[in-house]
Design a protein around this ligand. Structure first.
Ligand SMILES: Nc1ncnc2c1ncn2[C@@H]1O[C@H](COP(=O)(O)OP(=O)(O)OP(=O)(O)O)[C@@H](O)[C@H]1O
Length: 712
């Protein structure tokens, strides 16, 4: 586990299993008892919130204990047992109102409701001042999330820290809260500069402007209540206003590396009084090419003994070790809620994969949204800025967000999405990291990203703060190997689905339409009644069928086309070929076709792939050709062709291993002749993961060609 290597002192998820939650926050049980007594006394004296001095004296004793704990940590095994819930998960369940014991609410002496007795993570169990607690309460935050609970005391007690938790678990407040307490009531209170023209006490670096803005607004809200001012510095906005703020003096600076560096070089930013520097999503800063800027900025602090450095991230690739070793103190701590656990992506998200060719996307995505977004927001990720703009243009009501859009416009777009003015955002990775937007129910990734971190971050834009969500990864069937790679590396177990079919769409659109019609005022009836009567009398359809059409029209459907399971293309049907023998290569399947089909029909075959068990070949044909295949098989001995209703597990198409170069292609490409198939590609994709398991298919022989009219 990287964190074990990079950390001198470690608090891993496994290690936390050995500590009871109280001990985790309050040191040893004796310390907890001592603290309880003090707390009681303070409650009696009515000074609990104003005085932090007692805490400071406690800290001395505690530091010794903590050091010991850290030494023990070093020896600990960080391997997490993925089958057992970790303390973090149990805590999360408790915090999020999950399966754990329901906390009994009690009243504080000051009238504030709290559940301090039952919930070890309740705010009042931490050295959080009253004013900050009230602000947190007003935002619906009553207890700390596990990553916050694990790191709060460590940061407040002056340690450097590497923090790691899955997406949406509250890493931002994990540094915001202890920093604010430290500056106003803790170790840095006395030495913090104040007054006009003061240099900043805190510098937070983030990879994107959007993220910088988001973290800045948390500092504004919570810092504002304890009298600390903040300022956000990023490129694309005018220097002038930023310079004025810096000249006046500000306590907290949040920004992106490029602009921060510019201000340092222009002499606007003085880091000599810095108490905290925070690297959030540091891995992404390096990915985005900010290496030199980040190192230059970190290197500007001359006396590193006076500054605390915190590094938070959802993922910790190897190279983060280097930054951590170079810029964090020797006795730094690591709080790792992911550790060696297999699942790196959010556990609150349903991870689905769906085969879909590029050309089928614009027709398919609206139906996916209809079926899976539950009326909430959707973010669609594309690999390039061009495809983000193009797709946004094709989807009604969607807006694009990417790096080529002017900063001011990007802010307007994000604000519109946050406020619900539009519900579909098509974005590049600019929105992948850290963005915290309410009610994002669905993430669609148009193709498998190159690195697993991108998958984890993108899918993590839903299922945040204990909520659930759905992430759907689209892939070209020929790229199924990328799906397997992401599955392997992220620890996610994908559910394989196929394109929403008329029945799925009818189900979700039908209730939407029924609601829409029920909401229409009765005042319209007299005006439309005679038209309705005329329609009914002139139509051959029943009143119910006509109403069904009206429902469809009310939600924008005038036609619903059948989609293939393999490529999600409209007006294509997915068939299964079996010969009673193992099919080792696509070319074998094509030579079978030649026995009973004319060339022009074979050329219509798309995306031929072998099933994971090797007993069949799955392929798409135009709906108009289905009958030719089904009737043709009757003239070929030992050949069976069936229409599939569910896609079976397929073999990986790992082109890098030289497999199956002769397969039929999607996206307009023609089948290249069915040669060059490679039996070495007969790899299994694990054979599982399909909803409902097994193969759903309809025997052609049982229904005869006429049954296929419904596919047209
Ligand atoms: N203790 C808490 N109780 C309830 N909600 C919280 C708590 N802490 C944070 N949140 C909320 O949880 C959401 C996710 O928090 P945050 O954005 O900090 O997650 P994150 O771990 O940084 O995610 P990512 O890795 O995606 O950046 C935010 O809306 C935040 O307000």
């Amino acid at each position: 586990m990287p964190s074990l290597v990079l950390s001198d002192h470690l608090l891993s998820s496994e290690e936390t299993k050995k500590l009871k939650p109280k001990e985790l926050q309050n040191g040893t049980p004796e310390e907890g008892e001592q603290r309880k007594k003090k707390k009681k006394k303070k409650h009696a004296d009515g000074e609990l919130d104003s005085s932090m001095e007692d805490m400071a004296s406690e800290k001395k004793a505690k530091k010794g204990k903590k050091r010991k704990a850290s030494d023990d940590d070093e020896k600990s095994d960080t391997t997490a047992d993925s089958t057992q819930p970790t303390v973090a998960e149990k805590q999360a369940a408790a915090v999020n109102g999950g399966a754990m014991k329901k906390p009994k609410l009690m009243k504080d002496d000051d009238g504030e409701t709290d559940n301090a007795a039952d919930d070890p993570n309740a705010l009042s169990n931490f050295r959080i001042s009253k004013v900050l607690r009230e602000t947190l309460n007003s935002k619906g935050i009553k207890a700390l999330f596990p990553i916050q609970a694990m790191t709060f005391d460590l940061i407040l007690d002056g340690f450097d820290l590497v923090g790691r938790a899955r997406t949406g678990q509250g890493k931002t407040l994990a540094f915001v809260l202890p920093i604010l307490e430290s500056l106003t009531n803790g170790v840095h209170k006395a030495s913090r500069k104040s007054g006009y023209g003061r240099p900043p006490s805190v510098l937070v670096l983030l990879p994107t402007r959007e993220l910088a803005n988001q973290v800045y607004s948390d500092f504004e809200v919570y810092g504002g209540t304890v009298g600390l001012s903040s300022c956000c510095l990023y490129g694309g906005s005018p220097y002038r206003t930023q310079e004025i703020s810096l000249r006046r003096g500000v306590d907290i600076i949040v920004g992106t590396p490029g602009r921060i560096k510019d201000h340092i070089e222009r002499g606007n930013l003085d880091l000599k009084a810095l108490k905290f520097r925070v690297l959030d999503e540091a891995d992404e800063m390096l990915n985005m090419g900010f290496v030199d800027d980040v190192e230059l900025i970190l290197g500007k602090v001359e006396d590193t003994s006076k500054v605390q450095t915190l590094l938070f991230s959802a993922t910790l690739p190897d190279w983060v070790k280097k930054i951590s070793t170079r810029f964090l103190k020797q006795d730094k701590k690591t709080a790792d809620l992911v550790g060696n656990e297999k699942l790196k992506a959010s556990a609150n998200v349903r991870h689905l994969v769906l085969p879909c060719t590029r050309s089928a996307r614009p027709q398919l995505i609206p139906d996916i949204i209809r079926c899976y977004s539950r009326g909430g927001r959707t973010i669609i990720f594309t690999e390039t800025k061009e495809s983000a703009s193009e797709l946004a243009g094709l989807l009604p009501g969607a807006r694009a967000l990417h790096g080529d859009i002017m900063q001011a416009q990007r802010e307007v777009i994000l604000a519109g999405f946050r406020s619900g003015r539009f519900l579909v955002l098509v974005a590049t990775n600019v929105a992948a990291r850290g963005l915290d937007i309410n009610d994002v129910q669905l993430i669609i990734q148009c193709e498998p990203p190159h690195d697993v971190e991108a998958y984890i971050h993108r899918s993590g834009r839903t299922g945040r703060a204990g909520n659930t969500g759905v992430a759907i990864l689209l892939y070209e069937p020929k790229h199924s190997f990328s799906v397997s790679r992401i599955e392997r590396e992220s620890g996610v177990k994908f559910e394989h689905i196929s394109a929403p079919q008329p029945a799925d769409i009818a189900e979700s659109a039908g209730s939407e339409a029924a609601d829409a019609i029920s909401n229409v005022s009765d005042s319209v009836i007299p005006i439309f009644r005679s038209q309705a009567e005329q329609l009914l009398s002139s139509s051959e359809l029943s009143a119910v069928d006509l109403l069904a059409k009206a429902l469809a029209k009310a939600v924008g459907f005038t036609d619903i086309k059948k989609r293939s399971l393999l490529s999600s293309m409209e007006n294509y049907v997915t068939l299964l070929l079996q010969t009673g023998k193992i099919i080792y290569s696509p070319s074998f399947a094509f030579s079978t076709f030649r026995r009973f089909l004319p060339d022009e029909k074979i050329e219509g075959v798309k995306g031929l792939s072998l099933t994971a068990d090797g007993t069949g070949a799955v392929f798409d044909v135009p709906a108009d050709d289905v009958n030719a295949f089904l009737e043709g098989q009757e003239n070929a001995q030992s050949v069976s062709i069936e229409v599939l209703e569910k896609l079976p597990p397929l073999q990986d198409t790992d082109r890098s291993k030289g497999g199956n170069s002769g397969r039929g292609r999607f996206g307009g490409g023609r089948f290249s002749g069915g040669r060059g198939g490679n039996s070495s590609s007969n790899r299994r994709n694990g054979g599982g993961g399909f909803i409902g398991g097994g193969r759903g298919r309809r025997k052609a022989s049982s229904g005869g060609p006429n049954r296929f009219n419904r596919w047209k």
